[in-house]
Ligand binder design. Structure first.
Ligand code: AHM
Ligand code: MG
Length: 315
């Protein structure tokens, strides 16, 4: 049995960087505990406030943000925290080399209904500023709070998955995730079809056409509505996840946030052999101009991402 600590000790990375993963793992264990009890302790529903993006915060969003902030504050290697739930970056009183950008609890619409949600995070060199492209990430990961709590991380070359055991320890359960190039499963919120651009409509129509259509095979659609759960499925068995630019979200630049949703997931998928695109370029190549910037996200099995890119190339 290999624990997260064993695995981290065997990686060829700076000890401070490894400690950031340990900190995020500890925060995730605490959040998992809160989620497990929330319906009993009454920590459900709205918090009665909105975040910087104008979204209603749920009680669990606020609690999760506090938990992450508390754990990060105890790690002297982290000097800056960017959170979906906080308007401004938090500058901690230390000389730590690392910046963490996080969505402390992703999948707000699935809170309070016992569907998988998660914590997503990205690790950057704090000395290089707040606005770095995803390709500059030193590490990334997420915790998925499902039937089991998974912790999936990368420092770049490989993505590994851990599962929380009953004693509160993360145990290595997949040493190297591999997203197969070919797949027949796609994930997109089809209720937005009328808003989609030509490329998204074209790609999805080909999938729906099945074995007699141009894709030549039968597809299945799976949409949890929590990015963490949808991306976790893709990392475990392949598929494609799409939250493209559409006529409604275009004014904001997309739906998902670049620094703490698009970038970490794109790095994990790349480490597992998959690909990502905004339609125009790799998600990892987008240079942010704002910490809460949004981005179109398409990621997963390489062949499927290539088909989407081909649709965008047609113009
Ligand atoms: P959140 O950070 O407010 O939870 O929003 C992000 C979520 C993703 O988890 C999910 O993929 C997407 O938003 C769902 O959007 P929609 O409600 O449009 O289906
Ligand atoms: Mg979120």
């Amino acid at each position: 049995m290999t624990t997260l600590s064993d695995w981290l000790a065997a990686q060829n990375v700076d000890q401070g960087l490894a400690s950031v993963m340990t900190t995020m793992a500890a925060a995730s264990v605490e959040i998992a505990g809160v989620l497990r009890q929330a319906a009993i302790t009454g920590q459900t529903g709205l918090a009665g406030q909105t975040n910087v993006q104008g979204e209603d915060q749920k009680a669990l969003d606020v609690i999760s943000n506090h938990i992450v902030l508390n754990h990060i504050g105890q790690n002297p290697h982290i000097s800056i925290l960017i959170s979906e739930e906080l308007d401004e970056p938090v500058h901690l009183q230390n000389q730590g080399a690392y910046l963490v950008a996080t969505d402390p609890l992703d999948g707000s619409s699935n809170l309070d209904v016992n569907v998988t949600v998660g914590t997503i995070f990205s690790i950057l060199d704090a000395r290089k500023g707040l606005l770095q492209p995803g390709s500059a990430q030193l590490g990334a990961g997420y915790a998925a709070y499902g039937p089991a709590t998974s912790f999936v991380i990368t420092f770049g070359p490989v993505a590994a998955a851990f599962t929380l055991d009953e004693t509160g320890v993360f145990v290595l359960t997949t040493a190297q995730l591999g997203v197969p190039a070919a797949s027949a499963e796609y994930a997109i919120n089809t209720a937005r079809e009328r808003l989609w651009d030509r490329a998204t409509k074209g790609y999805v129509a080909e999938n729906v056409a099945g074995e007699t259509g141009p894709a030549g095979k039968r597809y299945n659609m799976r949409w949890v509505g929590s990015m963490v759960a949808d991306v976790h499925r893709i990392l475990m068995r392949g598929g494609i996840f799409m939250y493209p630019l559409d006529s409604e979200n275009a004014a904001k630049g997309g739906r998902l946030r670049l620094l703490y949703e698009g970038n970490p997931m794109a790095l994990l998928v790349q480490a597992a052999g998959g690909a990502s695109t905004t339609g125009q370029q790799s998600v990892l190549d987008v240079v942010p101009s704002d910490i809460h910037q949004r981005v179109p996200v398409v990621l997963g099995s390489a062949d499927e991402v290539k088909r989407v890119e081909a649709w965008y190339a047609k113009g």
